[in-house]
Design a protein around this ligand. Structure first.
Ligand SMILES: C[S@@+](CC[C@H](N)C(=O)[O-])C[C@H]1O[C@@H](n2cnc3c(N)ncnc32)[C@H](O)[C@@H]1O
Length: 308
């Protein structure tokens, strides 16, 4: 990945280094099974113009009196509302999926199938004879079960309960803290402690569910992405949708370099901000379309080395 600028390269020190770093930073990560409260982004707007310490004080008082609106205690056990349900991004996902030059599709973060997956299902319903393989990755057991039941009517869809990446692919939390402090994206409106709780929750789920990252014959951990590539003999996907965990967009892209079309959700957040920045500079990729403000932003890129 020669062209990725130094500040985008994550600290990687061997197979399990990343997870060791996380455990060192958060020694309690294996011991607790807390549900972490997710904070409503919108209600953070008011805090942006106030200094950090004042913000923190207000926040404490706010919590103390129970005035704050909580956005449930989302855990991976829960089904969550679909996100990509309409609009231009939804339409473009369907349009690209139904093109005749697109045969292999990978969706990361299918949830229970009612968002971006539905865009794919509806687009391909009108093309029952087309040769397609759509691989859907989802870590949550409950969401995956609902997804699999939704997809069973179309044999071109393959729902996999696997993780796109390994725990060691997570960037160190310091990188997220630094990114957060720069205020590039909407994630900076969320308190860093909340972001840290999301990070812990994501890693904890991978540690608690080791089968999400299967082992190769040689005993190495392999990602869901590489597993699909190997089993289905797909060296390069025609179309990938990256909408999985908040911290792993760049890691996922690294496994998917050279894909023909790349759709990124949440470009106005940590998830895919770096990937968008990287692809905007990339000499082979061109921006098909984007909206940095709709929800948390989205973008679609096309690799000009491929033929349409
Ligand atoms: C933002 S939601 C996806 C929303 C969905 N695309 C839609 O349009 O409604 C992200 C999903 O990614 C899943 N996820 C998180 N980390 C993942 C990983 N490493 N591999 C696969 N799925 C992951 C989460 O369980 C969650 O359901």
């Amino acid at each position: 990945m020669g062209r990725v600028s130094q500040d985008l390269i994550r600290i990687k020190g061997g197979e399990e280094q990343g997870s060791k770093v996380s455990r060192l930073l958060f020694p309690e990560i294996r011991q607790t099974k807390k549900d972490w409260n997710l904070i409503d982004m919108r209600s953070n707007k008011i805090f942006l113009r106030i200094s950090n310490s004042t913000r923190s004080l207000i926040r404490r008082i706010y919590y103390f009196f129970g005035l704050r609106k909580y956005e449930s205690t989302e855990t991976y056990k829960e089904l969550i509302p679909a996100e990509i349900t309409a609009g231009k991004f939804y339409a473009l996902i369907g349009q690209i999926a139904s093109q005749s030059d697109v045969e292999t599709i990978l969706e990361i973060g299918s949830s229970s199938g009612e968002g971006s997956t539905r865009a794919l299902v509806e687009a391909l319903r009108s093309k029952p004879q087309s040769i397609k393989q759509v691989h859907c990755l989802e870590v949550s057991k409950e969401r995956h079960e609902k997804l699999a039941s939704y997809l069973k009517v179309d044999s071109r869809f393959y729902p996999h309960r696997m993780s796109s990446v390994k725990a060691s692919d997570f960037p160190p939390f310091e990188e997220i803290e630094l990114f957060h402090s720069k205020g590039h994206t909407k994630i900076s409106r969320i308190h860093i402690d909340t972001v840290k709780s999301w990070y812990k929750k994501d890693l904890q789920y991978l540690y608690d569910n080791p089968k999400l990252t299967p082992q190769s014959d040689r005993g190495n951990l392999i990602t869901g992405i590489d597993w699909i590539k190997n089993i289905y003999r797909i060296p390069i996907f025609d179309f990938v949708i990256i909408d999985g965990g908040e911290f792993t967009g760049m890691a996922e892209y690294e496994y998917l370099q050279n894909s023909k079309y790349i759709a990124l959700d949440d470009t106005n957040s940590f998830k895919n901000w770096q990937v968008r920045e990287y692809l905007l500079q990339h000499k082979s990729y061109i921006l098909v379309d984007e909206d940095i403000q709709e929800r948390n932003g989205w973008a679609i890129f096309f690799n000009t080395l491929h033929k349409i």
